[in-house]
Write a protein that binds this ligand. Structure first.
Ligand code: SF4
Length: 378
């Protein structure tokens, strides 16, 4: 999907890393930061898994991961891979045989957890098969499943323990001459997660997959993910991201897109600016904003910034600064477009007038890539 490149922002230069290719998606070495999510269906249920994979891809997931806990799940993979329309990653724990079946099924990527396939010979067998098929492997260390010896040595699931776990497995892969690696060191504690990734970023040249594990339901899980992933991205760390929410995984994708958009890394959709409302508001700002939001989501507009402001005090300034904006007055709203005052519209026409102008401006910007800065996001 074409995206809008980053505007000048506070995001640091991206950490230099190797690049891998996962199906059709490049990861690392300056490639656009990709969004991942994971299905919650039983993978063996091909129909249900495909419905969810399609929903995730439609919402903007670049990569979809599926759990492969049983042989029946592995046997469902060929049909899923063939019909998903998005690169599929098999998430395999404990069984190297399931990893081999997933590779045979044609998955675009494999995720292995160093904490639970402990036999190095088995890992080597998987690595050789992945190499022959040019399938990258994510070494995904997780605070909840670290090796007991490591936990004892480090006094718990510390950032150092996570990094050691990941890099110990990476060394086995490297020993097989395998370099199509990305790494994650997820922790449910945001501060520990950030510390682990900072250590990892300094210690390895591989691209990094960011995530706060077991972040929980929204809004807490959403905030934890935004703080953890957002902090690292702002430091230039991270090449692909997964928001983990106890919710419909489509919300993971919309949250991930919002994180990238908030940092100015990727702008692939509208940016709605709305005032929080206060005692000066001339109308119900929350209701008006929700009406605009619902219409915008249905329109699937190219990138455009839209402002909804509740009064004539601070409203006109913000409305003028956005691509399109409205500042409410008593029974009417003052419409702005690209910094120009268009005129007053009656209250009942405000949403329509704002949206009509937004569509017009979005199309003008889309038709002029130089102005819009069309290109791939950082
Ligand atoms: Fe209050 Fe007006 Fe500011 Fe909205 S724009 S928060 S209504 S002062």
């Amino acid at each position: 999907m074409a995206t809008i490149s980053a505007e000048p922002s506070l995001v640091a230069a991206r950490r230099t890393s190797r690049r891998i290719r996962l199906g059709t998606v490049d990861i690392g070495d300056g490639a656009p930061i990709s969004i991942q999510s994971m299905t919650t269906t039983r993978t063996e249920d091909v129909g249900a898994t495909l419905v969810q994979a399609h929903a995730l891809a439609t919402q903007g997931a670049d990569i979809v991961r599926v759990a492969v806990p049983h042989e029946a799940d592995a046997k469902a993979l060929p049909a899923i891979v063939a019909q998903a329309g998005v690169p599929i990653v098999a998430d395999v724990h404990f069984s190297y045989r399931l990893a081999l079946l997933a590779l045979e099924a044609g998955v675009a990527g494999l995720r292995l957890n160093p904490g639970n396939i402990r036999d190095a010979a088995q890992i080597r067998t998987v690595v050789r098969e992945a190499a022959s098929r040019k399938v990258p492997i994510r070494v995904g260390a997780n605070a909840g499943s670290l090796d007991r010896g490591l936990l004892a040595r480090h006094g718990g699931a510390t950032p150092e323990a996570l990094v050691e776990s990941a890099l110990t497995e990476v060394a086995i892969l490297e020993d097989e001459g395998f370099g199509d690696i990305k790494i994650s060191v997820k922790h449910q504690n945001v501060a520990q997660m950030i510390a682990a990734y900072r250590l990892l970023a300094a210690a390895t040249p591989y691209p990094l997959h960011l995530g706060v594990t077991e972040a929980g339901p929204p809004p807490t899980g959403l905030v934890k993910s935004a703080v953890g992933i957002g902090t690292l991205l702002a430091e230039g760390i991270g090449d692909t991201i997964r928001v983990s929410l106890t919710a419909d995984p489509v919300e993971e994708v919309t949250t991930a897109k919002s994180i990238l958009q908030a940092l100015g890394i990727r702008r692939s959709t509208f940016d709605l600016v709305a005032c929080p409302s206060c005692g000066r508001a001339e109308l119900d700002v929350v209701d008006l904003t929700n009406q605009v939001l619902a219409r915008l989501e249905a329109l699937a507009l190219p990138p455009v910034q839209i402002a909804v402001m509740g009064c004539e005090v601070n409203g006109p300034g913000e409305a003028r600064d956005a691509d399109v904006g409205i500042a409410a007055g008593p029974g009417r709203g003052l419409l702005f477009s690209r910094g120009r005052q268009i005129g007053w519209v009656p209250a009942e026409r405000m949403v329509d007038a704002l949206l009509e102008e937004a569509v017009k401006v979005a199309r003008e910007k889309q038709a002029n890539p130089a102005e819009a800065g069309l290109g791939e996001g950082a």
